[in-house]
Design a protein around this ligand. Structure first.
Ligand code: HEC
Length: 174
């Protein structure tokens, strides 16, 4: 009896095709969408990806150890200081600190010895510079740009720990 079923199926299929063709005739532009309908289903796969990331209850976890400046070396602080210098100082003191509108800050022409020690130099820079916006930088930026000047002028050894509390012990040579 399968033959009969196949016949019925073929007839039904034929009738359905007739109906589809008849229905599509007024607007043929919709027919191309029929073979494409299977593709959108694949995009649902992404719904598997986000499982519950939400459980975020570790209120007991200690705050990350604050990276204080004391763990830095002068060399590391000077890396940040170089960026500060380039952004806020180089326009007047030269890209290499060689001098410009403002006096030289790096090299043999520098006369930072007037300030005596690094903490006095830091105080001057913090309160007077950048000359067009004195005191406008963050404390850390002033520390780092001062470290940059100290390293570049070979006043400190780059491997020394960067400890601003000891700036008063760093003498500025002639
Ligand atoms: C708008 C220009 C300008 C900018 C920007 C500027 N300076 Fe100056 N700076 C000057 C001038 C002009 C002088 C000299 C007059 C004075 O000492 O006030 C000077 C003096 C200095 C001195 C003293 C030099 C000496 O021989 O006595 C230091 C140190 C200094 N600047 C550091 C800095 C640092 C660090 C920055 C960036 C954070 C900076 N300056 C940004 C114009 C500038």
């Amino acid at each position: 009896m399968k033959h009969n079923n196949s016949w019925i199926s073929l007839i039904v299929l034929f009738l359905v095709m007739l109906l589809v063709m008849a229905g599509c005739r007024p607007e043929p532009s919709t027919t191309p969408s029929f073979p494409l309908t299977s593709t959108p289903a694949t995009t649902n796969n992404t719904s598997q990806v986000p499982p519950s990331n939400s459980p975020v209850p570790p209120s007991n976890s200690p705050p990350p150890p604050s990276t204080t400046t004391t763990v830095l070396t002068f060399e590391q602080a000077a890396v940040n200081g170089a960026a500060v210098f380039a952004a806020f100082c180089a326009g007047c003191h030269g890209a290499e600190g060689q001098g410009g509108i403002g006096p030289a800050l790096i090299g043999t022409d520098v006369e930072l010895d007037d300030y005596g020690t690094a903490d006095v130099l830091l105080g001057f820079i913090s309160s007077e510079m950048p000359q067009n916006a004195p005191g406008s930088l963050q404390t850390q930026q002033y520390l780092e740009v001062t470290a940059y000047l100290l390293v570049k002028n070979n006043i400190v050894w780059p491997g020394n720990p960067f400890d601003p509390a000891k700036f008063n012990g760093i003498r500025l040579p002639d």
